[in-house]
Design a protein. Sequence first.
Length: 644
Amino acid sequence: MSAICGLLRLDGRPVTAENLRPAMEAVAQYGRDGSGVWTLGAVGFGHRLMRLTPESAHEQQPITRGNLTLTADARIDNRDELFAELSVRSAERSCMTDGELVLLAYTKWREDCPKHLIGDYAFAIWDEPARRLFCARDHIGARPFFYYHSPALFAFATDIRGVLAFPGVPAEIDEVEVAQMLLSESPGYHDNEHTFFRDVRKLTFGHYLTVDSGTLHTKRYWRPEDVPPLTLPTTEDYAQRLHDLVRQAVADRLRTDKPTGAHLSGGLDSSSIAVLAAQLLRERGATPPAVFSWSPPPGPPPYTDEHKRIEAVCRQEGLAPIYNDQTEAEWNAVLDAESATRPVLTVANERHLQRRAELLGVRVILSGWGGDEAASFNGRGLLAEYVRNWRWGDAIAYLRSRGSIRQPRSLLNVARVFWRDGVLPLLSSATYERFNPYSRGPSMIREDFLERIRAHLRQVQKPPREVPGGRQCQWQLYYAGHITARIESWAALGADCNLVYGYPLLDRRVLEFVYAIPVELHARDGRGRYLCRKAMEWVLPPGITNEAMKQEMVLEGQAISWRNARLDRWAAELGSSAANWENPWVDIARLRGNLTGGSTARRRPYGKIPLTCALTGVSLWRHWKNSSTPSRSESYAYLKSTNL
């Protein structure tokens, strides 16, 4: 993945290449195939290049065409469509880079250009005649974009550390964001706009941003609610269309001559992506993808079923699975790392595989992430809609699709699923919170800190609650932001290993199709994730599309014991040297009690939420207590030293 950075001085002082140097150094790991800097008066751009696509062999950024200059991290997939709409001559198409194509699109459509771009991108354009900066990020946030804005300057970069490296950008921890995290009831805290630094923000996915005469404006350009409905003649037509769109999305992310890889968990989503990638590469005569699993190497039960599915895919496609044989020390190194500038959300089980991929020379890894929320959606919200509208036949069919009626102790399972998915979503928020299975125990935030910060708090983040209506649930999952949170995490840590990730199931064309079709197609004929299963029957080994679910056993097996051992070590440290753990945010006594006081908070599936947030708060304080208001040189030296 390439990296971008830039500085606009709103007080009119000139920007020099030396002003861009610290940010360029901070993002150097993202692009190792070239670099470039451009300045003009009070504005300057920087670019670190990773060459992946055939066209990028000709790339040199930043790009200036006439009075417009661009720096971009972009892979544009609808190139042929744009060539036609922009009247690009045939002789120019094969060597036109994606960055040049973005600049042409802006020339024609200005602020509307992101609506016409299909792919993964984050870019900035300086429009000299208008004296305006225009920035945009793709619909799902596959490319990160962080920025800082003050009356004196606007700075941006692919990485938080790139923004903080600019002179004049304060590296002050945002205590409001710390409090939001400590009060959060989400399994993995994230925010679509804010970071742990007071003045550093994210450009929210699906938005563009302008800086005009010192004033900053943001606007959403893509919303799932705006997708028009689509009706096809038969179920087979829907399945064929979904298959074709996913196959095209995989092909677009394989538009590279570099070695590639794919995740393979044994589940429906990753198996589909891995098989399609293998088949497409075989058709080109290219090397098949390396396939990576979070599961540990095969062993005795309960790993058997998981590995059978992985091995079945590998036998069919002639692949060799690479299992996760990480050590406890590697796992803990990620979780103990500084997380304000280096987001580690969900990367603990990926970090070892990133290192393995780097050793193999892999540059692109395809992931099935995001499938559950869209292409392989299981029909969440439908049962409540059926109950509300007294559609009892549809309700019974839904229960069959979730496997409730076919399981042992079926009557108890039916009652449990009916209450959770059919009745609870119809109740008031207060009642829902009382019975919500995801609700957590008391927060470990210090009362004096809460009292001091209370007036500045935003709405406390909660897991997306079940609401009546499958379509409404799909939209809610899109806006929740957990999809992009993992993408940002993997982008930041993957850059260390010269890796870029691709998410075919989050392709905009795939999402627009999924949001357009009748939502009931996702749960019917006694099968959840119905349409995706049907669409992938043509490519997957027999039996995989009939599996109820996958289980990433490394998460359920060894990692649980590692996590609990880590908590035991924290408890011992807290008990033996409590004075060293003074913390203005976390109630250390309550944290110590939770660490030592029993297994419930540590082993219930969602009981660990406040514990995880509290430990993150302690980690932030340990790493940043002496760096909240450092000198610029001290701050930059610290940022350069943080690495996993």
